[in-house]
Design a protein around this ligand. Structure first.
Ligand code: SAM
Length: 266
């Protein structure tokens, strides 16, 4: 393939060129004809074209205008490609699914690493409209997403993602598979939003506020970190040790704290 565009650092552009990794991601996604697949950051189309070939139609969200004409030209013979020229953080996935008459969409993408966490939090907000997600990210971010309590990298991302999705790390990809190579290893991950009956019933904003406060001060005890939000007595009422540190709490401990806060007397 020729490369007409110079990759732009400011857009986090690292184009995947090693065929075997492209094939592994597409195989993991296993698109079916008629799926409503939405790709974040199609770039030069490394994933777009094989996904389009399998699904027959695809909607791609790309911020860099310069890449769009060439992408559309190459997709024309393969399937029905719609490109939304936008910042993915401003795209309402729930409205997008409804507009297409789809109950849920399937998200995919080799994400721009400079905004990978904001994209993940954005997806969590729209989890009910998403069937599954397959992303390429910095390996370090995938490790944080899948981390368990007690691990050094367990934090806000782990808790918020695990409360909304099943997190399944897939495989590691070396820098040399991209042009230009990023400075770090990458990894593919699958996220499957929990079904309605598996989701917790606490107010998601309340949960997020507690998780954020607790991990902002991860070296402090919970009672100190959550000062102003919950006192030690209330924390203990949820069955959590107020002297514990945030990194030892399970995602469901945070849910219990959020529920308690909502119902706490006085
Ligand atoms: N999918 C291509 C591949 O695998 O070769 C490109 C991946 S590259 C890591 C990230 C892509 O996301 C680039 O095409 C970049 O222009 C696009 N991008 C960057 N910021 C974006 C944003 N805020 N919204 C949508 N796309 C964005």
């Amino acid at each position: 393939m020729d490369h007409p565009a110079r990759p732009k650092k400011s857009f986090g552009q690292h184009f995947l060129h090693e065929q075997r990794y492209i094939e592994r991601i597409v195989a993991a996604i296993a698109p079916r004809a008629g799926d409503f697949v939405v790709e974040i950051g199609p770039g030069e189309g490394a994933l777009t074209l094989p996904l389009l070939a399998a699904a027959g139609r695809l909607t791609a969200i790309e911020l860099d205008t310069d890449l769009i004409p060439d992408l559309k030209a190459r997709a024309a013979a393969v399937g029905e490609l719609a490109v939304i020229h936008a910042d993915v953080l401003k795209v309402d996935f729930t409205a997008l699914a409804h507009r297409h008459g789809a109950e849920r969409l399937r998200l995919a993408g080799n994400l721009p690493y400079y905004i990978s966490s904001p994209i993940l939090f954005h997806c969590v907000e729209h989890a009910a409209a998403i069937e599954d997600m397959h992303f390429m990210l910095q390996k370090e971010v995938v490790d944080r997403m899948a981390a368990e309590p007690g691990s050094k990298v367990y934090g806000r991302l782990s808790v918020m993602l695990q409360l909304a999705c099943r997190v399944e790390p897939l495989f590691t990809v070396p820098p040399g598979a991209f042009r230009p190579p990023p400075k770090v290893d990458s990894a593919a991950v699958r996220l499957v939003p929990l079904a309605a009956h598996e989701r917790h019933g606490a107010d998601p904003q309340r949960v997020h506020a507690l998780v954020k406060a607790a991990f902002a001060q991860r070296r402090k005890t919970l009672a100190n970190g959550l000062k102003g939000l919950l006192d030690a007595e209330a924390i203990a009422r949820a069955g959590v040790d107020p002297r514990a540190r945030a990194e030892t709490l399970s995602p469901l401990d945070f849910v219990r704290l959020a529920e308690l806060e909502a119902g706490a007397p006085g």
